[in-house]
Design a protein around this ligand. Structure first.
Ligand SMILES: [Cu+2]
Length: 179
């Protein structure tokens, strides 16, 4: 039994790291009127694979709309409408996703959300350097190799947090299996 647990742990550690983050829109407040969703967005980064969760009461809905409809708080041509009270949106592609509440006055009052999703980080570290624009074959003076410091983004920090949480969770499972 202990071997099995160890194998599971090994399997987990060897698995490729995929960090899908679930974001509850508005956190504990949820999707409602009188909340600053622009403020909620600040500091957050969204990557393909992440999930948005909208929690809301019966007088709210979640409409997926175009940018122009988002800008104008227009819901007549919504791409999708959700009204189940617990809507999970899988962010499957890079780009900006626009949401609003179609209930009269709510969008104008701030119940709207534009989430920009970036592509999942490449699995191959060390991207190719940007090609130099100049075509002068200067043999005498080689161009200075400017290597910018690796960006330490908030996303990687959150990934580390998620990773730590998963390690703790797996450890608990392993402990449960081992009794
Ligand atoms: Cu609403």
């Amino acid at each position: 039994m202990a071997n099995m647990a160890a194998a599971l742990l090994l399997l987990f550690l060897a698995a490729p790291a995929v960090y899908a983050v679930e974001y509850t829109v508005g956190d504990s407040t949820g999707w409602t009127s009188g909340y600053d969703y622009t403020n909620w967005l600040s500091g957050k980064t969204f990557t393909v694979g992440d999930v948005l969760v909208f929690n809301y009461g019966g007088n709210h809905k979640v409409d997926e709309v175009s940018k122009s409809d988002y800008d104008n708080c227009a819901s007549a041509n919504a791409l999708k409408t959700h009204n189940d009270g617990n809507t999970k949106i899988n962010l499957t592609a890079p780009g900006t996703n626009y949401f609003l509440c179609p209930t009269a006055g709510h969008c104008v009052g701030g119940m709207k959300l534009a989430v920009t999703v970036t592509a999942a980080p490449s699995t191959t570290p060390g991207s190719s350097p940007a090609p130099s624009g100049s075509e002068t074959p200067s043999a005498g003076t080689p161009p200075a190799t400017t290597s910018p410091p690796p960006p330490s983004s908030a996303a990687s920090i959150s990934c580390n947090v998620v990773y730590s949480m998963m390690v703790v969770f797996i450890s608990l499972v392993v402990l449960a299996i081992m009794g």
